[in-house]
Design a protein around this ligand. Structure first.
Ligand code: ATP
Length: 235
């Protein structure tokens, strides 16, 4: 579904991604783990066209997208939930969700998707008229994911969904991430600092260090890898 081929991304003269190769197959959850500053967010930003790579190629459904604008990339079916949520705090929950569907014209399906989202996150239905900024951190994360789902993405890019949330809420969010993957066949690209949780949720994983992919394997193998255990799982 998605192929990053030899991607190099820069911020001015900071070389953030170095010859990055990543493949995502339709229907799977893949995770990218790594320390602070490894280049995980930059990888998502490169895919979604916000920080386009200087060289290399990104193919989505066999189409090169690395020169496309971010809104074109969203329209093709790639949606990013940014680190820190970035919901619209002064808009209500409903208005935030409407913003997610702004590129769509299929009104009947939008209504169905909204019902599905309220099934996934009943708390958002209860809070639908409340300004987004008054929600708890966990509820804001649910809203950010839901807003992305309103675009009916084929590929959902999640940046640190566990950040700053209590363990119980994190567990809830990750259960729903698995449900979204299972039930609506949405492919998921998960960036996480919580390597243990990410590797238990995803099917395959990539380990990034200093802008380079150092290791990739099925997550059950990464969980047993001595270097991964030492560096990322605190074992
Ligand atoms: P974290 O887990 O802390 O979010 P990360 O793995 O997502 O880290 P990135 O945010 O992608 O890492 O950063 C990769 C590198 O690019 C780091 O060296 C970082 O300092 C640098 N960088 C990121 N954003 C910018 C920017 N806007 N301008 C300049 N350098 C940046």
């Amino acid at each position: 579904m998605l192929k990053l081929k030899n991607i190099n991304t820069f911020y001015g003269n900071i070389h953030a991604l170095k010859d990055v190769d990543i493949e995502v197959t339709e229907g799977e959850i893949i995770t990218l783990i790594g320390a602070n500053g490894a280049g995980k967010t930059t990888t998502l930003m490169s895919i979604s066209g916000i920080v386009p790579p200087r060289s290399g190629e990104i193919l989505f459904m066999d189409k090169a997208i690395n020169h496309f604008r971010p809104d074109t990339i969203v329209a093709l079916g790639i949606c990013q939930v940014p680190e820190g949520r970035h919901i619209f705090p002064y808009l209500t929950v409903m208005e935030n969700l409407d913003m997610g569907a702004f590129l769509r014209t299929d009104k009947d399906n939008i209504k169905k998707d909204l019902e599905h989202i309220f099934d996934l996150f009943p708390i958002l239905a209860q809070r639908r008229h409340q300004p987004g900024g008054t929600l708890s951190g966990g509820e804001q994360q649910m809203l950010a994911i839901s807003r992305a789902l309103m675009a009916r993405p084929k590929l959902l890019l999640l940046d640190e969904p566990s950040l700053g949330l209590a363990p119980l809420v994190v567990r809830q969010i990750f259960e729903i991430i698995e449900k979204i993957n299972n039930e609506s066949n949405t492919t998921i690209f998960l960036v996480e600092q919580n390597a243990n949780l990410a590797l238990k949720t995803a099917h395959r994983g990539y380990v990034m260090e200093n802008g380079r992919i150092m290791l990739t394997d099925a997550t059950e193998n990464l969980l047993l890898d001595e270097n991964v255990k030492k560096a990322y799982l605190g074992m």
